[in-house]
Design a protein around this ligand. Sequence first.
Ligand code: NAD
Length: 352
Amino acid sequence: MDYKITLLPGDGIGPEVVNEAARALNAIADKYDHAFNFQERLMGGCSIDKYGSSLTDETLADCKDSDAVLLGAVGGPKWDDPNAKDRPERGLLALRKGLGVFANLRPVKVHPALIDSSPLKPEKLKGVDILVMRELTGGLYFGQPKMRETRNGKQYAVDTLEYYDYEIERIVRLAFDLAKGRKQKVTSVDKANVLESSRLWRQTATRLGKEYADIELDHLLVDTASMKLITAPAAFDVIVTENMFGDILTDEASVLAGSMGMLPSASLGEAGVGLFEPIHGSAPDIAGKGIANPIGTILSSAMLLRYSLKLELEAQALEQAVDAVIASGARTADLGGPLTTQQMADEILKHI
Ligand code: NAD
């Protein structure tokens, strides 16, 4: 089959890791007789430099017109001025909004051979296999009013945490659907003892839970969830939560795996184009050195195969190649090894 994939390498190490992920996808295409037609576009700081905009209308239109989008990372000190007219992160928010992706999926698995790279005790990490799902388009980051003003001579600021039931329903439903193919357990995380929006969240999750009799549903307050992620991470299967709680918990969960460079993510909507990217940023401290770990981006490509192209066998083949390479002891610098970005990808390619 023929597929069109838009590559947005972005800034810093983004181009380095996306290049290797594209090579891995091509190896899969060769093995399984597909054709992946890549179109590469600028986004983030590099797009500000060239077009004066972090995401141009043309680039967004090209993304919408493809089967999936693979992003590297955006941002860096060059574009960090808080008073700048445009910033790389704006492009990212506009892209998510433009593609209508409301669910961010971050699988966190601890590979047995990497248990010692995590700051947690090895016995806590055995069997950790979590899918954290973060709501992406609602909540505190988008609610209105959002403003700052002077009131009675004092600086005053407000953000608004708002949710409609349909926004909660679509992501919780997706969590139940994805739990079916896993350990069949959903943990819904909220702050229902304090927040009205969380009470609506919990009520909606409970109502939907009745439709999914085979799936175990429990509710945790976000403070308890953050503690349990460190004390008993193996107890979780699918975690589903609102935007800001998810922002914080996903970063906390990423520590379990040992290195930021290992972890993939997928952002999905009801239909249409999915957005796939590693969870790490543009890593300006190592950009240009050719030592970034490409695994997070290569595993994001596996998610792209699974969720957007519906090529499950091919997705598993890529994941198994990564597993085999880690088991063989191959390591980039972030994991204390000598391999360059390209050498690590070469190893993975050999196992496809
Ligand atoms: P970062 O994820 O870029 O880097 C944090 C640390 O992890 C650094 O020491 C870096 O060298 C290391 N690291 C990250 N990815 C790695 C990889 N693949 N291999 C080896 N080591 C890796 O986070 P930061 O330093 O806080 O942010 C840098 C820039 O990235 C900022 O401009 C930030 O806004 C941006 N950022 C972008 C995204 C995104 O594009 N989605 C996400 C987070 C941060």
